[in-house]
Design a protein around this ligand. Sequence first.
Ligand code: GLN
Length: 347
Amino acid sequence: MDEFAMGSSNENSAFGPVKNPLDLQRVPGGSSGGSAAAVACGMVNMALGSDTGGSIRQPAAFCGIYGLKPTYGTVSRYGLVAFASSADQIGPLTADLQDNALLLEVLCGYDPKDSTSADKPAFKAENLDAKDFTVGIPSDFLKDLNPEILACVNAAKENLSKKGVKFKEISMPYCKYASPCYYILTSSEASSNLARFDGLRYGYKDNSAEDLEESYLKDRAKFGPEVKRRIMLGTFSLGSAHAEDYYLKAQKVRNLIKNDFVEAFKQVDAVLLPATPNTAFKIGEKVNDLISLYLSDLYTAPANIAGVPALSFPYGKDSKGLPVGLQLYGNFFDEAKLYALAGLLEK
Ligand code: GLN
């Protein structure tokens, strides 16, 4: 995985990059790229990931498997190293759709040791009839989408329509701001969460340091460049001179994005989106283009910003033969509907 779950390509791993088993020159996605690669090449049937902005769903899409980011509060994070506490969720990556639902059933449930754990009846893998569902497509959020991926969205729509599912044009005007909003909020939270990695209680310890300041300098220097970048960005966004312009503004944008979903789910059972703006890219291709790397989360980050569940599933290939991943977004605690719709597609 990428260090502290920060990354979209696995190139930030301290142990070297994981390769995509479908094409060894390409990334498996990130941050949970190792989990996705292990499932995609058949080493295991299922693996876990943590998803703060797409780290389960984007690697699942790049490797042609299923990945679910559950509703915030569904799976206990007791024992998970925190990246951004208001967004982190653990979820299943699997080769098979039904396994995904079964693994979620095992994982979820109220845990008094996690103060954000939802005190609700736990998810049960059940067979809902998805035929009468209505699915929304937000064309305003799909503007400029890669035509090969758009073709897969349209093919899925056609397939579901044939099986009786109704479609509705909806608008999600604020989702296009998901990436900047996500990177400000999660870097702010990360800068606070990672303060404990000071070599005294957590993290690397260099015993050659002569005094406290040198110890801090040596131990915190061990973070990789991406982690340092996030700590600096987060510390900047939270600082009293800038919080109004960055952190607090991003919080307001978060509410607007969340509201896009609240409005959508008044009209539809699920929203159909791509999982990623592009298919798996080459190792090294985006290391000097961070903005484009950060934009790989465009379609996944809104689920974490809003707290709603989203399922990434393979649907079609691009002209290079690489898997295309699509997503179904659901209302809070509506995971069963997402599995039912994906099940219809699989038939
Ligand atoms: N790619 C995103 C990031 O770099 C998502 C990471 C995640 O979900 N853990 O922050």
